[in-house]
Write a protein that binds this ligand. Structure first.
Ligand code: NAD
Length: 461
């Protein structure tokens, strides 16, 4: 039957997983199509990473202008400075539109066929989109995720609950906002709305916000946000939302807190609605499509990448999984490793982490070496107007293997790439120390944090 299909590879979903996989497959000579029911770029480009960071940027500029006197600038009446939500939304839309158009142009330029509509599997080599039937030798499912509305929370009355999608589109800054979940989404929106003048409370189940980040860093981030007015209720188990109030249990007591809006940010769930994956026998792991490290599902010609496989819900992981899936379609034997996936959280300063937290490293390896460097001792950070922050590295005690790195600093999200390369090349701490970091940069502090693990930082005692 090979050769009689309409396409060699059909990718379902045009987000950062799907469009990257489609372009790569086409570049490698495969007759490729992508099926998309909405706009190219998926959650990331339309209602996730990109629009959120556009809001973060405006907030950061706003904050810098309010602090202009610190930089020696006079003549600005900072009490009169305000953010126009209308103009902020317009700027955000313009950026999104340009990037969505860019993805369309890249697909076209790489001769990927574009099919608009929602795909549904008929069998392992056939999907239907509207009244069209499309056959392919291989399929890559990249349908992403949607906001999780937990069933364990009761919803009563007119709850005014929004998700990150609606939060990005708000035309007016609400007077107050309860954010359920102190994970990545909760913290990024807490930063945005607190700086826009909203009274924000974050309700987080665990004892620390950002449970996936090293606690030295998450505790510092919490303090920074508290200075901006964010109130944290940690160890708070939200049980219900009743009209405008969030009902939660803390220290064995039921408490209630009212706000103009409630933002639900307790995770996302894989999106497979209408795909008929179970109908053709694709195995699921709860709601996620089960894949092996080669990105293959239990049906050998069908792959699943990105949020829909539920492994690591990050745009850059999705793109990389797409490359791995295509390599396997081409007959190369590639597997995905998740040991060195950088995670970035956008506020000011930024947070970036990779690998294990200190606690995870101690549980796994026992003895480890830890180095910390305060950003107050870094010249470029002070020039940027940022005295707070730290860099922390966790190393294997004997060989200096990099186990984890956690940054809370200006430009942290750009700097973590250095560590991703170092970990990929299995560099030791000594090799990172001997890589020359330019001066004056914030990145110098990376080398210092590694030296600090051996009690030999130059610029800290
Ligand atoms: P998350 O998993 O990061 O955090 C959810 C938080 O909700 C956790 O801290 C959890 O302890 C808490 N929680 C769960 N149940 C609760 C309850 N009943 N009461 C109070 N707290 C409760 O999820 P998210 O922040 O919604 O993000 C969803 C996904 O999107 C994640 O995979 C994230 O990595 C991704 N994302 C990434 C970025 C980025 O890379 N910058 C930005 C936004 C989202």
């Amino acid at each position: 039957m090979i050769g009689n299909y309409d396409f060699d590879v059909v990718v379902i979903g045009g987000g950062p997983g799907g469009y990257v996989a489609a372009i790569k497959a086409a570049q490698c000579g495969k007759r490729t199509a992508v099926i998309e029911k909405g706009s190219f770029g998926g959650t990331c480009l339309n209602v996730g990473c990109i629009p959120t960071k556009a809001l973060v940027k405006t907030v950061s500029v706003f904050d810098t202008i309010k602090r202009s006197q610190e930089f020696g600038i006079e003549g600005i009446d900072t009490s009169a400075v305000r953010v126009s939500m209308e103009k902020l939304q317009a700027r955000k839309q313009k950026i999104v539109k340009q990037l969505v158009g860019g993805v369309g142009a890249l697909l076209k330029g790489n001769k990927v066929a574009v099919l608009k509509g929602a795909a549904s599997f008929v069998d392992s080599h056939t999907v239907k989109t509207g009244d069209k039937t499309i056959t392919s030798e291989y399929f890559i499912i990249a349908t992403g995720s949607e906001a999780f509305m937990p069933g364990f929370i009761k919803y009563e009355g007119d709850t005014k609950i929004i998700t990150s999608t609606e939060a990005l589109d708000l035309a007016v800054v609400p007077e107050s906002m309860n954010i359920i979940g102190g994970g990545v989404i909760g913290i990024e929106f807490a930063y945005i709305f607190a700086h826009l003048g909203c009274k924000v409370t974050v309700l987080e189940l665990m004892d620390h916000i950002l449970p996936m980040v090293d606690t030295d860093v998450s505790d510092l981030a919490r303090k920074t946000l508290e200075k901006a007015g964010v109130v944290f209720e940690t160890g708070a188990r939200v049980k219900a939302v009743r009209d405008l109030s969030v009902i939660y249990e803390k220290d064995g007591r039921e408490q209630s807190l009212a706000a103009t809006l409630t933002l639900m940010a307790v995770g996302r769930v894989p999106y497979t609605k209408g795909l008929n994956v179970e109908g053709i026998g694709i195995e699921l792991n709860k709601t996620a499509i089960k894949t092996g490290p080669d990105m293959r599902t239990n049906i050998s010609n069908i792959f699943a990448i990105g949020d829909v496989n539920g492994v690591s819900m990050l745009a850059h992981t999705a793109s990389h999984e797409g490359l791995v899936a295509v390599a396997n379609i081409l007959g190369e034997s590639q597997t995905m490793s998740y040991d060195a996936v950088p995670a970035c959280i956008y506020m000011e300063p930024e947070i970036a982490s990779i690998g294990l937290t200190e606690q995870q490293a101690r549980e796994k390896y026992g003895d480890v070496k830890v180095g910390r460097f305060p950003m107050s001792a870094n010249g470029k950070s002070l020039i940027e107007g940022e005295k707070s922050g730290m860099m922390k590295v966790i190393l294997d005690a004997n060989l200096g293997e990099i186990l984890g790195v956690h940054l809370f600093a200006v430009h942290a999200t750009d700097m973590i790439a250095e560590i991703a390369v170092a970990m990929k090349l299995e560099a030791t701490a000594e090799e990172v120390i001997h890589a020359i970091h330019p001066h004056p940069t914030v990145s110098e502090a990376v080398g210092e944090a590694f030296m600090a693990a051996y009690d030999k930082a130059i610029h800290a005692l």
